[in-house]
Design a protein around this ligand. Structure first.
Ligand code: C2E
Ligand code: CA
Ligand code: CA
Ligand code: CA
Length: 278
């Protein structure tokens, strides 16, 4: 402790200092994590609510740092979007997820859903090359790949984005709008872009058993999607109540802790093998 009570330390805003320090630490450690190959992909099953079969897996990135411990993607993805590392992370997700999914096809012909942030679409050519490379090197058929994008991509899209999405769609890749209802929703997007699926954001389900307006909203989203021939996935399915409600509203697919948390590849494979219909 310094004797002078008005030491230099007082001139800093404590929380600012720690925030900046944390961002700097994370930035350096993330670069390390990438070059040390410790970024992993976990897989969360997506179920057909009618048949109770696993139809897909969502690839979710995991970073368990040697020094800093577990860092949530909610923290490091936004950082990577700022410092440009998102493009490298995207490549890791595509490569790992396509290879795993290709290996799993003989157990069950599931799809693999990969998340793409809008920043990754800044370089559409590079992104297309990454996807093509992932498919070719793994041998995964294009129609087993599903790409999840958020509404923010559509809000401020360029012609390049439209061309890329159409190109992928023509190859048979599926397109999903993620976090539906949380962004700059404009229903015209649903017609303008070639989407196959929409994912209802988890926030709508959280208190739905006590929230009548959200029940109405979710019902309306499902009905609208049906009218447009778009399949619906509900995210954050945590209870039996949720599944019963969604089934009654004729939602197609469900994903959430009620079924399974995201799992490392080996555990996901065990789950698939057990779920396999003989
Ligand atoms: P998201 O795409 O909306 O992913 C769904 C999130 O909800 C995941 O969080 C998942 O673990 C969590 N979740 C699933 N079921 C439940 C449930 O029943 N209850 C609760 N409370 N949570 C559930 P996670 O894995 O922490 O990922 C957070 C976000 O980070 C993702 O949100 C996505 O936006 C981003 N992200 C993760 N991996 C990638 C990636 O490879 N690339 C990109 N661009 N973004 C990624
Ligand atoms: Ca997602
Ligand atoms: Ca979400
Ligand atoms: Ca999200």
């Amino acid at each position: 402790v310094k004797q002078d009570g008005r030491n230099a330390y007082l001139f800093y805003d404590d929380s600012m200092l720690t925030d900046t320090q944390r961002a700097l630490d994370l930035d350096g450690r993330l670069r390390q994590a990438i070059s040390n190959n410790i970024i992993e992909i976990h897989y969360q099953p997506i179920f057909d609510l009618e048949t109770n079969q696993i139809v897909a897996a969502e690839a979710l990135m995991r970073w368990n740092d040697d020094k800093l411990g577990f860092i949530s993607p909610e923290e490091f993805i936004p950082l990577a979007e700022k410092n440009g590392l998102i493009h490298k992370l995207g490549e890791i997700a595509i490569t790992q997820a396509c290879h795993q999914a290709a290996r799993w096809q003989s157990i069950m012909p599931i799809k693999i859903s990969i998340n793409f942030s809008s920043v990754q679409f800044r370089y559409c050519e590079k992104l297309l090359a990454q996807i093509q490379q992932g498919l070719e090197s793994s041998g995964l058929p294009a129609n087993r790949l599903d790409i999840e994008v958020t509404e923010s991509l559509l809000f401020n899209h360029t012609q390049d984005v439209i061309t890329l999405l159409n190109n992928l769609r023509k190859q048979g890749v599926e397109l999903t709008i993620d976090d539906f209802g949380t962004g700059y929703s404009a229903l015209s997007y649903l017609q303008k872009f070639p989407f196959d699926k929409l994912k209802i954001d988890r926030s709508f389900l959280i208190d739905i058993d006590q929230n009548e307006p959200n029940r109405e909203l979710v019902g309306a989203i499902i009905a609208m999607a049906k009218a447009l021939n778009i399949h619906v996935v509900a995210e954050g399915v945590e209870t039996r109540w949720h599944t019963d409600f969604l089934l009654e509203k004729e939602c197609d697919y469900g994903q959430g802790y009620y079924f399974s948390k995201p799992l490392p590849a080996d555990l996901f494979e065990q789950l698939l093998s057990k779920a396999r219909v003989p």
